[in-house]
Unconditional design. Structure first.
Lengths: 456, 387, 162
């Protein structure tokens, strides 16, 4: 009682400070930061969950075909991960939608739900499907050991549900960047960037879960006591990295096509990303990609060398090639030797007279060359590592390799945050390109929003 | 029956036809997974369908820039059966490209290209490339807008070869620009030149198949072809002598015979026939229901027509769309290098392991190649529907 | 072969003879066939002048399309229509083809963009024909032309090869 009496005036003062309703009309930046940071956390976890929902069944299948216990253990671990973190991720999503999006950007939210009602409706059901299948898949592991085919079929359904869920939300996300004018569901689903974005994100989630497996197993490897555990975590870490890098090397071509579609259909956003205010961030991103490939290649080389397996030498040469490629990609402009090249790149005038903010910050052609080399060298590195693998004794890895695995996960998370930042800011000041701005949100009271149609 | 047998004997004495038939039909082939092995015969059936319909199309078609389109337009307007024949020619070509791709992927997966069957694979890759050339050259012939602009773009692609590019382009076009000689040459290539190479190569492919016997896949074998940690298969005594030279010269584990076999005729041929007949029915239905389209006659002066590539040309076209001007030759090196790697595959991957899940160093890059083609096709597919 | 190695045996003679016969036939057939295939390469295209029409009505900075008929080839009497974009820039005339320098697709004038657009792979040219976007490696080709008063004549060849 005494304590309450003491803080009562404080509470009263605080209540007087707080706005009576959702903070409409002011503190736009605060709302943006809150939504942006929560979205980042949401995507970082949800990406893992849906990636695990697709990769887990694939690993189980591989284990069945190769008849090796390691795969089964790894897949089972992924199942456990999903059951733990699914609820966490969806809690953040619900918090985002119900409190932040509806509270701050009510007009936007009701509009997008009205337009994208069908995808969001399917999205809601895929959530139900995904979570039920994930729990069934995890908890029937041992009971269905004698019926592996049935169990793998459940896993396959889980993978499909996980994919559909990402696909449906990507339809909405891509619509926000490249809206279609006649609004019917088919048009909506086939909007210009929905395809590339879905492929880009699905492959990205699969890569991400691989790298996180690598880092997790690296930590467990260092702590492991028994020989069997050491062998398992060594193998699983290597597998995770191999999987992650294999998926990542599909990304340059998918991401580049995505950028091409943006160039064709949302030129303003493209200009901002490649040549405008966001181009330094993009430069950092392509450098980061090089660092990721480089780290993986160094891991491959070191891991083979530890056991004296063949191929370590050539992998080192590839690492040098990747350093050179990264330097090529990281240089801020394409080389202009003539005045015409300089002028056509916008270097001859300051940006307030129409020049480029990142002078000569053109992606073309050196960045494309760098992307091609990244991909080809990374494929070669993966193949060379696979060739050397029969000579590797699992459990013999050293700490250096494990540190590389952890570094890889850090780089990946940086990469994802960077890309999310670029993507969401390329539309600014629009929430839906050319149609709805953040400013517009603040002027509209939630009472005049269009008819809400449920969903979510 | 006796009289028929006598006739057969008479022929056999003069032609040795009996041993030929026996060699062709009564051969032991692996039993498990036999449905996968029907893809090869389906490819053959579709190629023969092409041959037959193609021959009959030449009865009407005139290889001329002024008359070619008109002859096909006549077919379309006034000859219902002729339209169906043309439809079958088109749709069986489309399905052929798909099936030959599947056949190739199946062979790749099962590791059937390994010793002693390297040349089966090499001739197969040759056949695949020739079929692609047939598809591309065939697309020129109707000389409607789609055909004309396909001809323009396709004959322009080799122009980016360093040093000799414009020479190759001019050689194909018969001049600097697409014109009457281009059509005559492409017709000659489509109707005479490529088939003259294609059909002997098919015979070589089949002769090699009979020489080494069908490999099937690792599930048909125990020992060296099986996974090292695989489920142990109890040894099965061979029920009958196995005819094809499975245990070829060195009779060690590497050349083990399949666990179970059955006769090619009538067991495998029945499966082959079922798959082929389904495909032929699908082709026929598509030919009747959709048929072969014919756009307005070629018009080089158009400024409103939007050329769209043939679907099988999409991956390359998407590459052309994505790659900036300075890197076009480099981008064309990638598919050319892919073809070379494909030809070299059996000489690179020489280990005895046939289980696809135990050959990651080959399957992973192969998977990437397939994935890249699929991704490029998907990314380009929007243009087919004018989205 | 125990005998004098310089002396041809009957078998060796027949062996070499067969090869020689094959070589003669190959040469006799090969030379004309290769020459025949290559002949269009060395054949100069027949260059003719054609009248495009009166260009006094072409508005400034607004590319206008004309169509001109040229003979298809020497052996036929048929003609082919070619597209000509006439651009008037400060009393100077530029005479463009509709052939994209990337893959030779048909270029069109997009008045909303103020640029020539190639619909195949998204190549862009500005009004002076300069390649400013997408994959085209060279500027839009121009026809060899002359102007008599207000009448434009063009030749079926470009000022620069593409």
């Amino acid at each position: 009682m005494n304590a309450l009496a003491l803080i009562a005036p404080l509470l009263e003062r605080l209540a007087g400070e707080l706005p009576a309703t959702a903070p409409q009309g002011h503190n736009i930046v605060g709302a943006q930061i809150a939504i942006g940071s929560l979205f980042s956390i949401h995507i970082l976890i949800a990406g893992l969950v849906s990636g695990a929902g697709e990769l887990g069944p694939a690993i189980e299948f591989l284990g069945f075909m190769r008849q090796r216990r390691g795969y089964d253990r790894l897949a089972h671990g992924l199942g456990r991960f999903i059951t733990y973190y699914f609820s966490f991720s969806s809690t953040i999503a619900i918090l985002l939608i119900t409190v932040l999006l509806v509270g701050f950007w009510g007009h936007f939210w009701t509009t997008i739900v009205t337009i994208a009602w069908w995808p969001l409706f399917i999205e809601a059901w895929t959530f139900v499907l995904q979570v039920s299948l994930a729990y069934i898949w995890y908890y029937t592991w041992d009971p269905l050991r004698g019926f592996k085919g049935l169990h793998m079929a459940i896993g396959g359904l889980l993978a499909i549900a996980s994919f559909l869920q990402v696909y449906m939300i990507d339809v909405v996300a891509s619509y926000m960047l490249t809206p279609t004018t006649p609004q019917n569901p088919i048009r909506l689903v086939l909007n210009a960037t929905s395809y590339p974005l879905t492929v880009h994100r699905t492959v990205g989630n699969l890569a991400y879960i691989g790298f996180v497996i690598g880092a997790f197993c690296a930590i467990r490897f260092v702590r492991a006591k028994t020989v069997q555990d050491k062998a398992f975590y060594d193998w699983a870490g290597s597998f995770g990295l191999l999987w992650g890098i294999s998926m990542t090397l599909l990304q340059p071509i998918v991401g580049y096509s995505y950028a091409k579609e943006i160039q064709l259909h949302a030129y303003g956003s493209w200009y901002k990303m490649m040549l405008g205010t966001l181009s330094p961030v993009f430069l950092w991103q392509i450098t980061l990609l090089g660092l990721m490939f480089l780290t993986a290649t160094i891991y491959f080389a070191r891991r083979l060398r530890t056991n004296g397996a063949r191929g370590a030498g050539l992998l080192k040469v590839m690492a040098v090639g990747l350093v050179l490629t990264t330097l090529l990609a990281a240089q801020p402009y394409h080389l202009g030797f003539t005045y015409a090249a300089v002028a056509s790149a916008g270097l001859d005038r300051p940006f307030w007279e129409g020049g480029l903010i990142n002078p000569l910050g053109s992606m073309i052609p050196w960045k494309v060359l760098a992307l091609m080399s990244y991909t080809l060298i990374a494929i070669a590195a993966v193949v060379w590592y696979l060739r050397g693998l029969p000579g590797v004794v699992w459990g013999a890895a050293r700490r250096g390799e494990q540190r590389l695995l952890m570094l890889m996960a850090v780089l990946t998370i940086l990469m994802m945050v960077t890309m999310g930042f670029i993507r969401e800011n390329s539309r600014a000041p629009f929430l839906i390109s050319g149609e709805m701005t953040i400013q517009g949100q603040q002027n509209v009271q939630p009472t005049v929003s269009p008819s809400p149609s449920g969903g979510g | 029956m006796g009289r028929l047998d006598a006739v057969y004997d008479w022929f056999d004495e003069r032609t040795a036809v009996r041993s030929l038939v026996r060699k062709g039909l009564y051969e032991a082939v692996p039993k498990r997974g036999a449905w996968f092995y029907t893809l090869g015969s389906a490819t053959l059936v579709l190629i023969l369908l092409q041959l037959v319909t193609g021959i009959f199309l030449t009865l009407v078609y005139v290889p001329s820039v002024t008359e070619g389109w008109a002859s096909l337009n006549y077919l379309k307007q006034h000859d219902a059966f002729g339209s169906i024949v043309r439809g079958i020619h088109l749709w069986s070509a489309y399905i052929l490209l798909f099936v030959i791709g599947l056949h190739m992927v199946r062979t790749f997966f099962s590791g059937s290209y390994k010793r002693p069957r390297e040349l089966n694979w090499v001739t197969g890759v040759g056949l695949f490339l020739l079929v692609l050339v047939m598809a591309i050259t065939g697309a020129f012939l109707p000389w409607d807008q789609a055909a004309y602009w396909t001809a323009v773009v396709v004959t322009n692609v080799p122009a980016y070869t360093p040093f000799i590019g414009s020479f190759i382009r001019a050689l194909w076009r018969g001049g600097d620009f697409v014109g009457p000689i281009t059509l005559s040459r492409t017709f000659g290539i489509h109707v005479w030149l490529i088939p003259a190479i294609l059909f002997p190569l098919i015979l070589a492919h089949l002769a090699l198949l009979r020489k080494h016997g069908e490999f099937g896949s690792y599930v048909n074998y125990r020992g060296a072809y099986r996974s090292r940690e695989g489920v142990d298969v109890p040894p099965v005594p061979p029920q009958r002598p196995i005819e094809p030279p499975y245990p070829a010269v060195p009779t060690d584990e590497l050349w083990a015979a399949p666990l179970e076999t059955e006769d090619f005729f009538p067991f495998q041929t029945f499966k082959d026939g079922l798959v082929s007949v389904v495909l032929v029915i699908v082709v026929f239905l598509l030919a009747v229901a959709i048929g072969a389209p014919l756009e307005p006659i070629a018009d080089p002066s158009t400024t409103s027509y939007t050329p769209v590539p043939e679907w099988f040309f999409l991956p390359l076209d998407e590459l052309l769309l994505l790659v900036p001007q300075q890197l076009i030759p480099l981008a064309l090196i990638v598919p050319a290098g892919g073809v070379l790697l494909l030809l070299a595959l059996p000489f690179i991957d020489r280990g005895p392991e046939r289980n696809p899940f135990e050959r990651p160093a080959v399957m992973v890059p192969g998977g990437f190649a397939v994935l890249f083609v699929i991704i490029l096709t998907l990314l380009g597919s929007g243009r087919l529907f004018n989205l | 072969m125990a005998r004098d190695s310089r002396r041809l045996s009957r078998r060796q003679f027949a062996f070499l003879g067969t090869q020689a016969v094959g070589a003669v036939v190959t040469l006799l057939l090969g030379i004309p066939i290769v020459g025949f295939i290559l002949s269009p390469l060395f054949h100069r295209q027949q260059v003719v002048w054609r009248q495009v029409g009166d260009i006094s009505g072409v508005p400034d900075r607004q590319p206008t399309k004309f169509e001109v008929s040229f003979p298809l080839d020497e052996w036929t009497s048929s003609n082919v229509n070619l597209a000509v974009y006439v651009v008037k820039l400060n009393n100077e005339y530029l005479v463009f083809s509709n052939t994209c320098t990337h893959m030779q697709c048909p270029v069109r004038w997009q008045s909303d963009l103020g640029q020539f657009l190639c619909p195949c792979h998204g190549g862009l040219y500005d009004i002076t024909g300069k390649n400013i976007g997408g994959p085209p490696p060279k500027p839009l080709p121009q026809y060899v032309h002359r102007i008599d008063g207000t009448t434009l004549f063009i030749q079926n060849s470009f000022t620069e090869s593409i």
